[in-house]
Design a protein around this ligand. Sequence first.
Ligand code: SF4
Ligand code: SF4
Length: 470
Amino acid sequence: MITPELFKKIAKFYQDLEPYLVQVKGNVCRECSCSECCTFAARGGNHAVAEMEFDYIEKYYQKKGYPQGDVEQFKDYLSRRRNEKKELIYSICPFFDEKQYGCSIYEARPLSCRLYGSFFVEEFPIPNRCYFKTIGKKIRKNNSLEEIPLAFQFSELKSEHLGSKIVTKIRSTVTPDLSYLENLDFFDMYRQCGRLLSQEKISEAIECYDEICKKYSTWSFITFCAAADFIRAGHYKEAVPYAYRAVELAPDNAFYRFVLAAACQFSGEFEKAVQAYLETVRLNPQNAVAYEALGNLYQHLGNLEKALDHYDKALKISPDQHETLFYSGAVLMQLNRIEEAMERYQKAEALEPNYAPYHYALGVIYERLEKIQEALKEHETAVKLDPTNAPAYLSLGTLYLREGQDEKSLECCRKAVELKPDNALHHFYYGISLLKLNQLEKTEAEMKKSLEINPSLSLAAVILEKIQPR
Ligand code: SF4
Ligand code: SF4
């Protein structure tokens, strides 16, 4: 997906690049009749095209009213996809027009195609008959990005594109695409910052990132990378200033706002996080994860109606996001809208049947609805999937107690105590199940333990009083 604004910006970028490129009259490639550069990827060369450019070509096609789908073929060509007979599907770029002897999407061709002929990275194999072989500027391998005109602007556009994408999974969102940075002279230093961070040498890592950010003080992408690195390493507070700087440099980038919001949220700055998430969804209304995060924050701040509203917005974009279904189910439970909560939990469970908490949550609802057999089934599945799920064991214990299955109840309550011995209720119900089996001494010990942990558990005191010999 590409917004109309970004489409215009990319078109302008390509236009601005023109004066830096070698200008020739006529179709010199036809005269050489080689088409080597448009077969390079098929021959095993590295022909990098940004995701944004695929979207740009797609949109360009739409605008021209051409049939869709050729971009997928282009991707097959670039990735050197093979058929069942292991033969290359495309030995020449599918956009190459044999009749015209040139590129059929010339106006929309990617940056790497535009640069070919005008700039050659050293050691790049240029065919002898290429018209541009002696004309193109040779650039050093480790410095190429700085020598290529407008390369930083291109990187900023790529980041902006990232901000306009539909966001459904948080992991993919904080991992920046660094592939083309490897050609930059400071990449070694950038890696060094990462190493310091992974060794938990935080102040040295900050110094290192600061040095790079200072050197490229107007390049938002690099300060964003620093923020993303700190977030991934779990140092959210340290990520905040870098994220703010990235937002300052590129205020329209929804993706940077999103990263800032996440950094604020995880460092406990909830109000700031809400503001940054609201800005994120204003700039990119397709960010389901930001809506979900807003739901979580509003829930945390006690505004349940607003939380639900934002979960619903997330689900509109991404109806199969089971986490959102689950969280919104929890809010509906708090709002006492049990049937609706049940529906959401059921959907979440159907989407992720091996996740124990969904079974436990459904079990709790069935308990409230007095559907005991259904509740038992859910809690049994929960403990099967996660044998450390103490609440599910306790629920099973109390349900078996109601059903008169005292031995089973005892076993489940004992397990809950074993898993979470600092919970007063676990000891209390274990005591009750022992009482049912007439094990009075043990009952007494458990009631005492539950009162030690929670002296206001009056029912435990009553039972203790009843069973203790006068
Ligand atoms: S740019 Fe060079 S390699 Fe490519 S088709 Fe033209 S002459 Fe051949
Ligand atoms: S997009 Fe155009 S210039 Fe680029 S490889 Fe394909 S045909 Fe050649």
